[in-house]
Design a protein around this ligand. Structure first.
Ligand code: DAT
Ligand code: MG
Length: 139
């Protein structure tokens, strides 16, 4: 079943806490197909490029320091209505405000260390998937 794609990262706090397997299992249980994935150590510069739309915001330095503090797992996912469904599935940016049962509620610690990334539009999903993966890796 072909669907649209979204992009997620398991963030350094969740990876180092050993939640990668549980998070991936939960993602698959939600009906998202793992198209491709890999573990990556981002440099501060790479994290800065990934989050360039947030450059200048008060949390930008903290965000890029955190995202380059340890390995992440980058994942392209496929599902009908992937972007919107995945945002619902992970919950609000702040885990304290995320709905019960969502990934950020279950595995997030705070606003910065919120376990996972989720693309905010189809355009962002394409950009973000392309940031980590060549087109030939996405089948
Ligand atoms: P989201 O990841 O839900 O799309 P975002 O794009 O607004 O949220 O922000 C990107 C990340 O930056 C977010 O996952 C966590 C961090 N962040 C956002 N707002 C923050 C804040 N007020 N304080 C600390 N970190 C923040
Ligand atoms: Mg965002």
């Amino acid at each position: 079943m072909a669907g649209k794609i979204t992009f997620t990262m398991i963030k350094p706090s969740a990876f180092s806490a050993g939640y990668t397997g549980k998070i991936l299992a939960k993602i698959e249980e939600g009906g998202f197909r793992i198209v491709t994935m890999k573990k990556v150590c981002l440099t501060r510069e790479m994290a800065g490029h990934f989050y360039e739309m947030h450059a200048g915001k008060p949390f930008y330095e903290e965000l890029t320091a955190f995202m380059s503090s340890g390995p992440i797992v980058a994942v392209v996912l496929e599902k009908e209505n992937a972007v919107e469904d995945f945002r619902q599935y992970i919950g609000a940016t702040d885990p304290a405000k995320a709905a019960e049962g969502t990934i950020r509620k279950l595995y997030g610690k705070n606003m910065g260390e919120n376990a996972v990334h989720g693309s905010d539009s189809d355009e962002s999903a394409e950009r973000e998937a392309g940031f980590f993966f060549a087109f030939t890796e996405r089948s």
